[in-house]
Design a binder for this molecule. Sequence first.
Ligand code: FMN
Length: 185
Amino acid sequence: MKVLVAYATRHGATAGIAERIGERLRSHGLEADVVPAGSVKDPARYDAYVVGAAAYMFHWLGDATTFVRRNRELLAGRPTWLFTSGPIGTDLVDKDGRDVMETSIPREFPELRAAVHPRGEQVFFGAWDPTAPPVGMAERLMRLMPAARSALPAGDFRDWPAIDAWADAIAAELAAAPARMPVGA
Ligand SMILES: Cc1cc2nc3c(=O)[nH]c(=O)nc-3n(C[C@H](O)[C@H](O)[C@H](O)COP(=O)(O)O)c2cc1C
């Protein structure tokens, strides 16, 4: 079975999560290609999909959203999982007591869920390096506002055991119920 792990990233944290998921799926005997969502060639040749992106200003990065929208029929017909690389820091609740895993769900998700009916979705803690060159207007503005910059905790908060466990669960689900009958069966 061939799995596509497609991702969108600005600073590489989500790419690292996608690579880790790909490695983990391979360790379970699956074939897995890890590809930027904007560069996927022939998505129909995969049996299952894991699509992930960073959240910025409450939105999933556009390449991943576009990939899911363009391939909605394909993804709806085969096992699909979605993930978001979002919250930075280690707090599970924000200053208003809300679950950060809930508040980090990108605004596109109600639409994308309805379009592709993912078997699962997950938010993972992300990473942020304030010394990295800014990408996009919000980060350029943040450069000019030290107070805003220091409000975001800097560091790599990616939770590798949680990422591995999620990938393991995907592999187990695919092993239990193959996506499509093999050609010639
Ligand atoms: C300007 C800015 C805005 C952000 N907005 C959000 C957000 O709305 N929701 C969220 O969960 N994380 C947000 N984050 C955190 C990023 O999603 C996190 O750093 C992510 O891991 C970055 O992934 P990347 O390196 O793949 O781009 C934001 C980070 C920055 C710097």
